[in-house]
Design a protein around this ligand. Structure first.
Ligand code: CDP
Length: 141
């Protein structure tokens, strides 16, 4: 198993990046990227890389504490696996906020969007694969 696969704890050569879908009052939290330059200004589900010896769930809880300043509990998967190349896979999980109010500690700004708004936001290409499932969830709420 490669070092990356060992870090991700997954199949050989698989390296996971995790992102959180936080729903509240019929809206979804989006975060606007500040880097790299080619993604700055585009919107994403906040998250990041799974580090050595972390579970994906723990990594997402850590990332959202760092990026949003909230205590969260990672829930079920939402949306498809997104293959990013070089063995990297991006996965989204539903997340519940246990404490705190999300703040843009590592993003330009945050937005709570409903089903009508979601398609108006310029989402990073990788995250666009999740839009159908996110819309289904928003319309169910
Ligand atoms: O916070 P960290 O540096 O661990 O991760 P990041 O730079 O936010 O994301 C790692 C990689 O995953 C980058 O290539 C991001 O573009 C990608 N990513 C993504 O495509 N969609 C997300 N919702 C989060 C990350």
């Amino acid at each position: 198993m490669s070092d990356e696969a060992a870090r991700a704890g997954g199949a050989a050569d698989e390296y996971e990046i995790v992102a959180g879908a936080i729903f509240r009052d019929g809206r979804l939290l989006l975060a606007q990227r500040i880097r790299p330059p080619e993604l700055a200004g585009m919107w994403e589900l906040p998250g990041g890389k799974v580090e050595a010896f972390e579970t994906p769930q723990h990594a997402l809880e850590r990332e959202l504490a760092e990026e949003l300043g909230v205590v969260v509990r990672c829930g079920r998967r939402i949306g498809v696996d997104v293959a990013l190349g070089r063995g990297r896979v991006l996965r989204a999980y539903r997340v519940d906020i246990l404490a705190g109010e999300p703040a843009a500690l590592d993003h330009a700004q945050l937005a709570w969007v409903d089903a009508d708004d979601l398609e108006k936001f310029d989402m990073v290409v990788n995250d666009q694969a999740w839009i159908p499932d996110l819309l289904t969830e928003l319309r169910r709420l």
